[in-house]
Design a protein around this ligand. Structure first.
Ligand code: IFM
Length: 494
């Protein structure tokens, strides 16, 4: 990394206390996490690769969805993305320069199998082969996500996730990757955030494939739950015994808008079951959280077949915890299914990121605690964590003070969890570079590295420079006044 001399750990005193809750350790350094801790950064194929039609790649549901009028902010798309397909070596050079030990990316299913099943596109698979080697050449351990939302369009035309055959499609595709890359990729993640691609894609209609249907949602959810476990088994069958197989969950610490109020508490439990427990508990053999979500009775009657409870179980080596915020929930009896609504950060008047998500770094600690509390829970890894802000380069620098502070606070919360004995063994900021943020387009920037989408020029932001300093051993010193004056933000309106 160049110009280290100007890297100092600044004390962001001007930031609101939410950035540094009083529970943040006031000082810490990389050494506190031990030498085996994984320090990475993450990205996903569709959000960065571009090259949407190159070298035999087939179309994905996102290639189709981004063509729809009004689907994506400002009509943006990811046909070029951050051009990672051609620039991956330069990006990995930056990651190496910052001192990362691990690098997480996904494979584009339609690049490997243009029709989703059947014949392999050798040139597509060759790309991931080169990418894996490029990581290893830079001492970056590759973490490969099998499915990060970009289903081949050909499979959508056969019903996509609503078709039970999707379980086998995913398992077969996972084995194609594992057979070619398993000799060098040691960490595998089956699904990225199933609740998001199932919910936003099939119930809310704001992500590909743009469905708004409760039956489609329930069918897709059940098939994704099966695919999560069967994908794990498919990988296990062909990978070396040393491979670590995980999967990821989107999650948010859920609190009632009116603590102590029975209706509000019950509403929060229902939302927690949907957002945080839905995909984790079946993997442990606990089934779906039907007590809190009676609507799932319909799923069970309609889509669940004999033997599915066993098929939904899998002994993952780790769970990827992906956390950005918390949710404050109020009772909303007029709303079907959940009878609950989220109270937006804006309405609560609390600090929020560009995504409108409350800045609440303690959520990562709370979710680690919640997942670790399951008997039989595997090791945890924070496979995504970060915050989107609008960043403006100034004279060759990107002074993203808020993101840096967020990361410092969130990493501090991971340390807090470790000090309480929680088995969490890695942290991956989302994202390594700015990228295509799905329906929101390019405006929300999450990266440690700024991307100029006109020129594809990269600038390491101050948050990225700080991350490099931290990985090189510099201590974090949380502004004492902020930590001392901080108090947990009030949940807000009911
Ligand atoms: O950009 C996404 C990513 O693809 C999945 N997890 C959440 C991120 C921010 O929204």
């Amino acid at each position: 990394m160049s110009d280290n001399s100007i890297l100092t750990i600044q004390r962001p005193l001007a930031l609101p206390p939410a950035f540094f809750p009083a529970t943040t350790p006031p000082t810490y350094s990389r050494r506190d996490f031990g030498s085996a801790f994984h320090w990475g950064a993450a990205c996903a194929a569709y959000q960065v690769e571009g090259a949407w039609q190159q070298q035999g790649k087939g179309p994905s549901i996102w290639d189709e969805f981004t063509r729809r009028e009004g689907a994506i902010a400002r009509g943006e798309h990811a046909r070029v993305g951050t051009d990672f397909f051609t620039r991956y070596e330069a990006d990995l050079d930056l990651a190496q320069g910052l001192g990362l030990t691990d690098f997480r990316f996904s494979a584009a299913w339609a690049r490997v199998l243009p029709e989703g099943t059947g014949s392999i596109n050798r040139r597509g698979l060759d790309f991931y082969d080169r990418l894996v080697d490029a990581c290893l050449e830079r001492d970056l351990r590759p973490w490969l996500t099998v499915y990060h939302w970009d289903l081949p369009l050909a499979l959508q035309q056969r019903g996509g996730w609503t078709n039970r055959a999707a379980v086998d499609w995913l398992a077969d595709y996972a084995q194609v990757l594992a057979r070619r890359l398993g000799d060098r990729v040691g960490h595998w993640l089956v699904l990225n955030e199933p609740m998001v691609f199932v919910g936003a894609g099939h119930l809310l209609g704001v992500h590909a494939p743009g469905r708004r249907s409760l039956p489609a949602f329930l069918a897709a959810a059940h098939h994704a739950t099966l695919a999560q476990a069967e994908g794990g088994r498919a990988l296990r069958a062909v990978l070396p015994a040393t491979a670590r197989i995980g999967t990821t969950f989107s999650c948010s610490y859920v609190v009632p808008a009116r603590p102590g109020h029975a209706g509000s508490e019950a509403a929060a439990r229902r939302v927690d079951a949907l957002l945080n427990r839905f995909f984790a508990e079946p993997a442990l053999g606990l089934g779906y959280p039907t007590a809190e979500l009676p609507a799932l009775g319909w799923l069970l009657r309609r889509y669940h077949q004999a033997g599915d409870d066993q098929r939904m179980q899998f002994g993952f080596d780790f769970w990827g915890v992906q956390n950005y915020t918390r949710e404050v929930v109020r009772r909303a009896p007029w709303l079907p299914l959940l009878g609950a609504a989220l109270v937006p950060a804006k309405k609560r008047g609390v600090p929020a990121s560009e995504m409108g998500w409350e800045i609440y770094p303690e959520s990562v600690y709370e979710m680690l605690k919640q997942y670790a509390a399951y008997p039989g829970a595997p090791e945890l890894v924070v496979t995504e964590s970060g915050a989107a802000f609008v960043d403006e380069p100034r004279a060759g620098r990107v002074p993203d003070v808020a993101r840096r502070a967020y990361l410092q606070a969130a990493i501090g919360q991971v340390l807090r969890a470790r000090r309480e004995g929680i088995r969490v063994n890695g942290y991956f900021p989302w994202s390594f570079t700015d990228n295509f943020e799905w329906a929101e387009g390019y405006r929300p920037r999450f990266g440690l590295v700024h991307v100029d989408y006109e020129t594809q020029e990269r600038i390491i932001k101050d948050s990225g420079r700080w991350y490099g300093e931290f990985l090189a051993g510099a201590p974090v010193e949380v502004a004492p006044s902020a930590a001392a004056s901080a108090s947990a933000a009030a949940p807000g309106s009911s």
